[in-house]
Design a protein. Structure first.
Length: 192
């Protein structure tokens, strides 16, 4: 946040907001006019799927509708406390919160990266970028700098940004995983 705020210090028309709460709350803030609706929005967060830890990727949201049940699954996750960039995209789309120019900047982490950084912090070596790089396989400092550069390019230039961008739509989002998975096993007689 501090890096993004410093980057846009010379651009009063660009605001940096912390959206690390429920996507439903974000939509409500727009609906209640607590935040002005922007002409362009860049949502920054963790990638839904780990492919290449340390990477930063950008996407243009193409919009579109999803089946009601798929949206409901994402709302369920959101109200139970799961903060997920793809849930935010879909819920915002459903409630027509996003402007035409909507983008994401996504940081790829291993699922246990934050826990590993907490351990590094508690052991006193979290500020040793070389040690953290060896531990995680990438430099969080470099990743953070890439997030800032990519976000700045897109915020200032939109589709014309000199950033390689993919596209995201409701069909391309990672499916919601169930919280509980039940399995029934039929045992044969005499089996332990």
């Amino acid at each position: 946040m501090a890096g993004l705020e410093a980057t846009f210090a010379d651009a009063p028309h660009i605001s940096v907001e912390n959206f690390t709460w429920s996507p439903v709350h974000i939509v409500q803030r727009f609906e209640n006019n607590e935040m002005p609706r922007p002409d362009r929005i860049v949502l920054v967060g963790a990638a839904a799927v780990t492919r290449k830890p340390g990477a930063v990727e950008a996407y243009r949201w193409t919009g579109g509708s999803a089946p009601e049940l798929a949206v409901q699954d994402r709302v369920y996750e959101a109200v139970t406390g799961i903060v997920d960039l793809e849930n935010t995209l879909m819920i915002g789309e459903y409630f027509k919160a996003w402007p035409k120019d909507c983008f994401t900047v996504e940081a790829d982490f291993q699922p246990d990266a934050f826990g590993r950084l907490v351990i590094a912090d508690s052991e006193g070596w979290v500020d040793d970028d070389q040690a953290v790089r060896l531990h995680l396989g990438f430099s969080p400092t470099e990743q953070c700098n890439q997030i800032i550069r990519t976000t700045a390019q897109i915020a200032r230039h939109g589709k014309a940004a000199s950033v390689l961008m993919g596209e995201k739509s409701p069909e391309s989002l990672t499916p919601v995983s169930p919280f509980i998975e039940n399995r029934a096993i039929k045992r044969t007689e005499g089996a332990p």
